[in-house]
Design a protein around this ligand. Sequence first.
Ligand code: ZN
Length: 138
Amino acid sequence: MQSYRKELWFEVPTRRAFINITPDVQRCIDESGISEGLVLVNAMHITASVFINDDESGLHHDYDVWLEKLAPHAPVSQYRHNVGEDNADAHMKRQIMGREVVVAITAGRLDFGTWERIFYGEFDGRRRKRVLVKIIGD
Ligand code: ZN
């Protein structure tokens, strides 16, 4: 069995964003030389997510509206966590959208359903943050 590890770094200029990182993950698989195995992709921060869904801008807008209804950013004073910071909503959004995904690798490719893509969900951006990619297999 072989293994491979890489950190992908992001600095999103806005507080919230969804970024399709599927090509970055495929590049890691290509670099690893692993053709049969599993890839784990996880956010290394508790205010960001990695998830799989459709690469469709209307859906991403809908997610943003939905998450703002569930955990509105403002007023920041509504959250007990926000003593000296203002990102309580980002912790909650991350919890809903998830920490990580695991995808099968078959013949050197992400073994996806038709519309599946991997996204980095940022909920407290404007600083450097990272995603771990770990691949095991042969
Ligand atoms: Zn916090």
